[in-house]
Design a protein around this ligand. Structure first.
Ligand code: B1M
Length: 837
């Protein structure tokens, strides 16, 4: 088998199909570890690989998908990691010999990155490195990363592969219905982040089948230039007579293979539900076909987990908000020093609301551990907001801490043209897929003349490319001089900018407000200079989004440079504008009315959040000032740090009862988060942080809600059903029931029916209380009700949860349904009245 890259330039390369579902068909039982099953049934695995090879696959993927330390630990097999991975590669190699390439299949760890989960970037990197090295030593030809749902985890996997192996890497994300990954990343954002790490190919697998992956591949092909790989499921699985059935036939998938190839896919195979027959049909259809030609735009782009900002002449104007910088800002410096980051996060939030598409993050407080501060600031900012950032430091350790903590593609701000600096910073940009800002500072400082600054820019570009960076990874700052001190130099900066754009064609940055130091009415100079620089081709100013004149210039330039399509953003901002400058405060807030989250007014997430004035209207302010409103907002924004304080204030200053706090502030907060999730303005990470905040608040309130010393009026075994991890509502129900004298045995969430039933027997439960929040988990309640009947238990069953209603409760034969926690108490009391002891 030849070199993969050479093969890809000649024809469509065929990948194999499913492994897990095929192993199940061939005897693997539910609950068995697939990787161990393969090692223990080598003949089965060999046969599967051979069949895929015969079917036409150029690449077979070894049975190593779940071979990382976390997944194997779930089966108590972490100590056999080396052996299991090495065996799987060896089996694949023996099966295909030199007639096919053997890929190490790398699946997700099953763990979430901090702060949503417990693992760090370094943990994931170490786990992937360990598994990949085991596969490399056993002779794998390439690495195929599959079914990743978090782009943060994908980053760690690609970086681990790049740093520790020389093998070609194929990187596949998995998408949900609606075209985003479970953690909210859209295909273009994923393309930007993955391409910057420069694997051989990127793409998508699994998901809802070829039908759903086609538009995703089309989008990736439109915007990216890397080879594209796709492995669809055989359609969306359905449950028929208790069996999972994948609907797409080999013929249907062959048709889709052609459309995927037309869309730009270079490697095509299958995922769950596909078989050698599917691969054979696809390989036949694609035989002799050459790859479709693509012309990628090569954007300069920055991204967070689910939002991207494209930079360049064809894109909406963008800028970097400069306010997270403690220089000469005592309160912020103290906040950073104390490790609180509340002022930092608040400043980040206000800048985003004001329209900043990217935020600069500078932690330069003397005498602190800047590495720790950068780590904490970035973690907290991205917990609260979804926005690309610029890591502002010249210290490589601080920069690296930021690069590890941030999920996305950040900008490193900055390096200079000095050799020592370039040697330290450029490898970091290359390793972590970041863009890098180069300042036109040479060995002798900032050159006076534009021609010399161009020379520094040339050097930065050359060196960056030597380190493997692409043109779109480099931005240049021609450095603004102060008009009060060097008036003759002010336009030299703009002349250099023009020359750099013309000769090098790369993106440019300016810290605009430097121009006005020492002069009165600085905003006037800043805004005028900004407009001039924009006219000369500036791409990304660093500026203060709270300066009205700057924001006016920004919005106006958008219209005049034809970068604000149909002047839509401008119109939204100024439709109520009156000539009197004071009335500019009536600028529209393009923010969600219930939560102040900035809204995007253009399609998808391609554009920056719309600009809005920063002063809230008077009515908004007074409402937002109430403690319950602040609690609601804190839950909604996932502000775990402040919630405890707010709950204390609600209890002691406002004198709200614990239950009032839950009902009037916390539940509306989590429901508002749910609404934003519905509208696809929130994604899983934000929802999880909202839930975490709710949990923190509840930990304080729980002891206050529970009255002690009540005699037990009945025993209730309570649980959220199997497969469902929602427990906020169930916990409230538990506390209220305890409050009314019930002995509550709370079994927690995701509890199998058998466990609930066993415990009900053991405790002689009067009532079994079941909670379910999803349509998919509601049917689990029936299992418990049937168990009660079959075992002849006397326990009565109460069901509840947002998706339930009386009709469904009747249908499954529950004794009662309760809409909320209060109703649950009344229902339980009613049922106990029937069963007087
Ligand atoms: Co998820 N989630 N979630 N979620 N989540 C919902 C439920 C959803 C409606 C959001 C949406 O899509 N609009 C949706 C379900 C859709 C459906 O099936 N119809 C959903 C989904 C799809 C998911 C995931 C699959 C997302 C994903 O991974 N792509 C995933 C599921 C994982 C799993 O369970 N296997 C998931 C995950 C999560 C988080 C972890 C992020 C978090 C849960 C954290 C936790 O609970 N520890 C979460 C949250 C917070 C929600 C929403 C936003 C809020 C739920 C909540 O706590 N409400 C929710 C959307 C929404 O409801 N607006 C959503 C507040 C709570 C007080 O209300 O639980 O209804 P509730 O309880 C009330 C009453 O219903 C009643 O009393 C309580 C108090 O008055 N009650 C009972 C409840 N149980 C009772 C039992 C009784 C009696 C009354 O008798 C025994």
């Amino acid at each position: 088998m030849g070199d993969l890259q050479a093969l890809l330039s000649e024809r469509i390369v065929i990948l194999d199909g499913a492994m897990g579902t095929v192993l199940q068909e061939r005897g693997m039982l539910p609950g068995q570890c697939p990787e161990l099953f393969g090692v223990e049934h080598q003949e089965v695995l060999t046969e599967i690989h051979r069949q895929y090879l015969e079917a036409g696959a150029d690449i077979v993927q070894a049975n190593t998908f779940g071979g990382n330390r976390y997944k194997l630990a779930e089966y108590g097999l972490a100590h056999r990691l080396q052996e299991i991975n090495a065996e799987a590669i060896a089996i694949a190699r023996r099966a295909v010999g030199q007639r096919g390439l053997v890929a190490a299949s790398i699946g997700p760890s099953g763990k979430l990155l901090q702060p949503m989960g417990e693992v760090t970037f370094d943990d994931l990197y170490a786990a992937f490195k360990e598994q990949m090295l085991a596969c490399v030593r056993a002779g794998a030809d390439l690495i195929s990363i599959e079914t990743m749902t978090d782009i943060g985890e994908m980053r760690a996997a690609i970086i681990a592969a790049r740093e520790n192996t020389r093998l070609p890497i194929i990187a596949h994300m998995s998408y949900e219905e609606g075209g985003r990954t479970m953690m909210g990343t859209d295909p273009l954002t994923a393309t930007i982040i993955m391409e910057a790490l420069q694997p051989l190919a990127i793409g998508a697998n699994c998901s809802g089948g070829a039908r759903e992956l086609l538009p995703i591949i089309q989008q990736m092909a439109r915007h990216g230039s890397t080879y594209l790989s796709v492995e669809p499921n055989a359609g969306l699985p359905r449950l028929i007579d208790g069996r999972t059935v994948f609907p797409d036939t080999p013929e249907e998938m062959a048709e889709y293979a052609l459309r995927l190839k037309e869309a730009g896919a270079n490697l095509i195979g299958g995922c769950c539900g596909t078989s050698p027959a599917h691969i054979q049909a696809m390989a036949r259809a694609l035989k002799g076909m050459t790859p479709s030609v693509r012309s990628a735009p090569g954007y300069t782009a920055l991204a967070s987990r689910s939002r991207h900002v494209l930079i360049g002449a064809e894109q909406p104007l963008a800028f970097i908000g400069e306010r997270i910088n403690p220089t000469a800002r005592k309160k912020m410096a103290q906040d950073i020093k104390d490790g609180q980051m509340q002022v930092v996060v608040e400043e980040a939030r206000k800048q985003q609301i004001s329209g900043a598409p990217v935020l600069d993050v500078n932690m330069g407080v003397p005498g602190i551990d800047e590495v720790l501060a950068m780590q904490k600031a970035i973690t907290m900012i991205q917990t609260a907001l979804d926005i690309p950032i610029a890591i502002d430091s010249t210290n490589p350790e601080v920069i690296e801490a930021g690069l590890k903590s941030f999920v996305g593609r950040p900008l490193i701000n900055s390096t200079t043209g000095e050799d020592k600096k370039l040697e330290l910073i450029l490898p970091l940009a290359r390793k972590y897929g970041a863009a890098v800002l180069g300042l036109c500072i040479g060995d002798n400082g900032i050159p006076d003349r534009a021609e010399e600054r161009l020379q520094v820019a040339r050097k930065i570009c050359r060196r960056a490319q030597e380190y493997g960076l692409r043109k779109q990874d480099i931005l240049i700052d021609t450095l603004v001089k102060t008009a009060s001190a060097q008036q003759e130099q002010v336009m030299e900066t703009i002349r250099a900018l023009r020359m750099i754009k013309e000769e090098l064609g790369i993106a440019t940055v300016l810290g605009v407000s430097n121009v006005s130091h020492g002069l009165p009415a600085r905003e006037i100079l800043n805004a005028t200079y900004l407009a001039m620089a924009w006219g000369a081709g500036l791409d990304l100013p660093i500026m203060n989004p709270f300066e009205d004149r700057m924001m006016d210039a920004y919005r106006a330039a958008g219209v005049l440079l034809n970068r604000d399509l149909h002047s839509s953003q401008y119109i939204i901002a100024y439709q109520d504008y009156k000539a009197d400058p004071k009335t500019t405060q009536t600028l529209r807030h393009a923010v969600c009315t219930s939560c102040n989250i900035p809204l995007l007014l253009t399609e998808g997430s391609i554009s920056a959040p719309v600009s809005a004035a920063n002063e809230p209207s008077p009515t908004q302010t007074s409402e937002e000032d109430t403690i319950p409103a602040k609690i609601k907002k804190a839950v909604l924004l996932g502000d775990k740090e402040n919630i405890a304080d707010l709950i204390e204030q609600a209890l002691h200053n406002v004198k709200l009862s614990p239950l009032e706090i839950v009902n009037q502030a916390m539940i509306p907060g989590i429901e508002a988060a749910g609404e934003l999730y519905d509208k696809k303005r929130y994604f899983l990470p934000q929802l999880m942080m909202a839930a975490e905040t709710m949990k923190t608040a509840f930990t304080i309130l729980r002891p206050l809600l529970t009255k002690e010393g009540n005699s037990h009026v009945g025993v209730i075994v309570l649980a959220t059903v199997e497969g469902d991890i929602h427990d906020i509502g169930k916990n409230i129900v538990a506390v209220l029931l305890e409050n009314y004298g019930f002995k509550v045995i709370d079994l927690g969430k995701d509890v199998p029916a058998s466990v609930i039933l066993d415990r009900a027997v053991q405790e002689n439960a009067d009532i079994i209380g079941l909670s379910a929040l999803m349509t998919t988990t509601m049917p689990r309640m029936l299992e418990v009700i049937e168990g009660v009947r079959n075992r002849g238990l006397l326990s009565r069953v109460i069901v509840g949860g947002a998706v339930l209603n009386q009709e469904y409760a009747d249908k499954i034969g529950a004794d009662a349904y309760s809409e909320d926690a209060r109703a649950a108490v009344q229902t339980a009391q009613r049922l106990m009245g029937i069963f007087k002891k």
